[in-house]
Write a new protein. Sequence first.
Length: 294
Amino acid sequence: MATPAEAPRVRGLPSALEDPGRCLVMGVVNVTPDSFSDGGEWFEPDAGIRHGLDLLAEGADLLDVGGESTRPGAVRPGAEEELRRVMPVVRGLVEAGALVSIDTMRAEVARAALEAGAVVVNDVSGGLADPDMASVVAEARVPFVAMHWRGHSDHMDELARYGDVVADVCDELLRRVEALVERGVDVEQILLDPGFGFAKTGAHNLQLLARLDEVVALGRPLVVGASRKRFLGTVLTDEQGRPRPPLGRDDGTAATSTLAALAGAWCVRVHSVRATVDAVRVVAAIRGVVSGDV
């Protein structure tokens, strides 16, 4: 079992997140009309801000604000529309004292959010979708979550071909780290995300969960985003074989959060916070018993 003390340093991390003694919990604030999980529910700025504050009250350590759906088959909004969606929510949450991560593949959006007070950039493309992203992150010196990514949502299912999915994901993540460092990003700014649900079948996702410690062993802090993903719906089918809908997957998500925390993940990204906060606290207590601190 990995311990928080073994986690590598993250440059630019707010002091409130530096030594939590447990896996962090990132609450998802989708301000999109078409998210797979809760599309449209928090689309208006006031609703998005209220939702973010509710997640904080439930125990989220930071909030991830995104204005582009990455569900399979999703069509990208333009940059102007993405900015219109996210910026009022980012500003409102920062003004309320929240630690905000901006979930975007566009350097322009990342820069604007950072100027408004966001403290982390979470890019599902790992900097591949926008060649300017690396320079924005390098200049800002903020933590950068680089996810395993093979292509945009409108065709990513076609790219779910692997020899050994865990070995391939690890290899591609390491190459992404090398490329970002070559572009001026400090390696200590980089956090990794194995990309559950992105160009991966249900079987691929389960293999990644089962061997998550191998991804943790790459040496950079790991962010795990399995919340409400399609593979959980497939696992949780009913008696008629129908997949569980997204809003019914939160208990399954808490299970993935537990597995991630046990494997040594730095943070889990979830839509419903309360059960996951309890899960990572239990894991931290178990660690304390194992280490002799309790």
